[in-house]
Design a protein around this ligand. Structure first.
Ligand code: BG6
Length: 480
């Protein structure tokens, strides 16, 4: 057997992409609510559009999303049918603290998550909870400037204390920040950052990242104190950087790009900034002003495991002839050896094995793949029994190849892997585009890019395939 018996198979979601119920149960407004679908989305996510409220001119897909808020029982029953051992979900911060800076939490918000955890418990599914997945209460942005402000560390600590205490009977797997390195690419989404004209954006981003890293160490500390059984991980958007060619300049650029991601794991897993990061801060004139207590906090509270998302590798070049820049948050050039998804994301299963090996070589902590999958256009059709379904063989092919690569990393390279949660196990709103039509799920949700649809759920062909993969503990990846 390639995978241990307690290997955690499952699926992953995020509150802002599935929950909806944005103004129910006392929930406050968050950055993810005011991020619209359409041409202005990118400006908002990158912090240059100053979106503070909802307006009539935009459609906001996160407000209702796929309404997990009201459908969670039905959805969890479907996950249980697939045999999930684990379900990755996140907490909407503004459901617990509507403004973010209150002294006491919102009981209705806590009760909602407790109900979800109880439902998971009914089926023996372990929750893997991301404390923040791109969401920040709007009040913390307008009043405090988002994560630029160290006061957010205190508010986040309060959130963590409440969550670890209240959910001690239900949750032991936690992630501190989703894709913490995303702050460098989509800073409003990653850290509630907005920029003034002429502001040094790079400095602001690294300062905010530093605050998140301190907050993450606090989460580890508080989480371990409240329940020594808690297993708390970091989460990074991973995917090896390839040099476009063997030119030394391209090779070095790939290394530099890789380091932009690795420095976060270094702090969270080794407890200190790598020397190249310190040099970079010196060149930028950025003084993090770290006290000895803060240095010790980072050093003494490193994560138990390293989790990451993997969709593709990235290819970079120093030469303009290498072609136009492609990709969403992580820009690079097209890799001539790889096919790409309908959204232009390179498909590279072996890259997953390479990425796993690189991460384990460097940090030697167990890994957890908490996102992987294919965003594709699906068509609802009737099967031979007259049931609505999606013949998503392309998704099965993608997942099969990636699970095989991860199996090779485990079996042939000896990389310890705790689990695998496929992204968007139920169709959800795309983070980068706000579309519903970029679908990842085993379960189709009837809703379109403009918010029309019944929200009815349908099983795709991949549903039964993944069920079989889980039942065989990853041994049977065959199509039939
Ligand atoms: C990761 C995020 O970046 O990739 C998810 O953690 C996101 O929130 C996922 O949905 C896939 O990206 P997209 O843009 O296709 O939704």
């Amino acid at each position: 057997m390639s995978f241990p018996n307690d290997f955690l198979w499952g699926g992953a979601t995020a509150a802002n992409q599935v929950e909806g119920g944005w103004n129910e149960g006392g929930r406050g407004l968050a950055n993810v609510d005011v991020t619209p679908w359409g041409a202005d989305r990118r400006k908002v996510m990158s912090g240059t559009a100053n979106a503070h409220a909802l307006d009539q001119n935009h459609f906001y897909p996160g407000l209702e999303a796929v309404d997990f808020y009201h459908h969670y029982k039905e959805d969890i029953a479907l996950f249980a049918q697939m045999g999930f051992k684990v379900f990755r979900m996140s907490i909407a911060w503004s459901r617990i603290f509507p403004n973010g800076d209150e002294e006491t939490p919102n009981e209705e918000g806590l009760q909602f998550y407790e109900d979800v955890f109880k439902e998971l418990q009914k089926y023996g599914i372990e929750p893997l909870v991301t404390i923040t997945h791109f969401d920040c209460p709007m009040h913390l942005i307008t009043e405090y400037g988002g994560w630029k402000n160290p006061k957010l560390i205190e508010f986040y600590k309060r959130l963590c204390t409440v969550l670890f205490t209240r959910f001690k009977p239900y949750v032991k797997w936690w992630l501190t920040f989703n894709e913490i390195n995303m702050i460098l690419h989509l800073p409003f989404m990653g850290a509630g950052l907005e920029f003034e004209e002429g502001e040094d954006q790079e400095k602001a981003k690294y300062l905010a990242a530093h605050n998140e890293l301190l907050a993450s160490a606090w989460a580890v500390k508080i989480g371990h104190e409240i329940n020594p059984e808690n297993r708390i991980g970091c989460m990074v958007a991973a995917g090896e950087f390839y040099p476009y060619c063997s030119m030394p300049e391209d090779v070095f650029l790939a290394k530099e790009k890789e380091r932009e991601n690795l420095l976060f794991i270094d702090v969270q897993s080794r407890g200190e900034y790598p020397r190249y990061a310190q040099k970079m801060f010196e060149r930028m004139g950025l003084d993090l002003g770290m006290s000895p207590d803060q240095e010790n906090l980072l050093k003494d509270n490193t994560v138990d495991f390293i989790s990451f998302s993997y969709y593709s590798t990235r290819c970079v070049s120093t030469r303009p002839e290498a072609g136009e820049q492609v990709g969403n948050a992580f820009k690079g050039v097209r890799n001539p050896y790889l096919k790409a998804s309908d959204w232009g994301w390179a498909i590279d299963p072996l890259g997953l094995r390479t990425t796993m090996n690189s991460l384990y070589d460097l940090y030697q902590k167990p890994l957890f793949i908490v996102e992987n999958g294919l965003g594709a256009t699906d068509e609802l059709i009737k099967d031979e029994n007259g049931e609505w379904t999606v013949a998503d063989d392309y998704r099965i092919e993608y997942l099969k190849a990636h699970i095989q690569a991860m199996k090779d990393a485990v079996e042939l390279d000896g990389v310890p892997l705790l689990g695998y949660t496929s992204w968007g196990c139920i169709d959800l709103v795309s983070a980068s585009t706000g579309e519903m039509s970029k679908r990842y799920g085993f379960i189709y949700v009837d809703r379109d890019d403009q918010g029309n649809g019944t929200l009815k759920r349908y099983k795709k062909k991949s549903f039964d395939w993944y069920k079989k993969v889980i039942a065989s503990n990853g041994e049977d990846l065959s199509n039939n």
